[in-house]
Design a protein around this ligand. Structure first.
Ligand SMILES: [Zn+2]
Length: 294
């Protein structure tokens, strides 16, 4: 009997990110058999239920028997076991957005029909927390020494604001420049490696750049150069950002806060995780079968 493979293709690829976590099954069995003194059969049935914690995937408390593989890894960092002991969990994160909520629900209904293979969870995060988490991830990913981060962040933000587009296809020529334009319809237009964006989107981008880099250096670095908060507000006013965002206050701190709120509100509104245990269960069985026949 062939089951239909569950596909995440319904969800815009820019809203999906995957983290792979490796488990060493030699360590895992040893823990049960040698330390907890249980029979291999009991160990196997316990391990079949095993799902790593969110914190294991986040890397904040990844511990034996879990680790992250790199290209150089060919031995378990804890027991020196070889690769045939390894199995992989994949945590698939979806940054949910109202524009594809119907498809997300459909996918979740399909995942729920395979509870052995997929464990799903949805952490309680406010939209503001989701945004802060994203900023933190971006900070870790980008190197501030190189000016390239400005472009990288701009493209990431634009993808995030409009996740229903097939960005890889749309931007397949790469982006060399993000250009403010008052003549784009629907927020953006891509032509000859230039991404033309509306005042609203352009303003969002320099706001995000400012938010990311202001702790790093004096003033925030943006496409418009290094700007103090006052200079940033002046620049946004001139490009018509506040008008586009319907922000009317003359107080710059209030305007800044309202702009942040507007950016947050335009982003993902919930986070969903699915942990795929397909490879793990298969490897676990293989290892157990070998143990039994030994
Ligand atoms: Zn090991």
């Amino acid at each position: 009997m062939k089951k239909t493979e569950i596909s995440f293709d319904l969800i815009p690829s820019s809203a999906v990110s995957t983290t792979a976590l490796t488990i060493c099954l030699k360590c895992a069995f040893d823990l049960f058999i040698k330390q907890l003194k249980v029979a291999p059969r009991t160990a196997y049935s316990e391990l079949k239920k095993h799902v790593p914690e969110q914190t294991d995937f986040a890397g904040s408390s990844t511990a034996r028997p879990h680790f992250f593989m790199t290209e150089e890894t060919d031995r378990c960092p804890y027991c020196n076991g070889v690769k045939r002991w390894f199995a992989e969990f994949r945590a698939i994160r979806i940054d949910a957005h109202p524009s594809f909520e119907k498809q997300r629900k459909k996918l979740w209904a399909a995942l729920k029909k395979e509870p052995d293979r997929f464990t799903i969870w949805s952490p309680e995060r406010t939209q503001m927390q989701i945004f802060s988490d994203w900023l933190e991830r971006m900070k870790r990913r980008i190197g501030f020494d190189d000016e390239k981060w400005l472009l990288q962040v701009a493209v990431e933000h634009i993808k995030r604001a409009a996740p229903s587009n097939d960005w890889d296809e749309a931007l397949r020529g790469g982006v060399r420049r993000v250009q403010l334009s008052r003549q784009v319809e629907g927020g953006w237009r891509y032509e000859n490696a230039w991404l033309y964006v509306s005042p609203e989107l352009y303003g969002d981008v320099i706001m995000v750049q400012h938010l990311l880099s202001r702790a790093h250096s004096h003033g925030g670095r943006t496409f418009e150069g290094r700007l103090t908060l006052q200079e940033l507000m002046g620049r946004l006013r001139r490009i018509g950002y506040f008008e586009a965002r319907a922000i009317t206050t003359r107080d710059q701190y209030e305007a800044f806060e309202q702009a942040v709120s507007a950016i947050v509100a335009s982003g993902p509104d919930a986070i969903y995780y699915a942990v795929d245990r397909g490879d793990y269960l298969k490897q676990l069985k293989t290892v157990y079968d070998k143990k039994r026949t030994k």
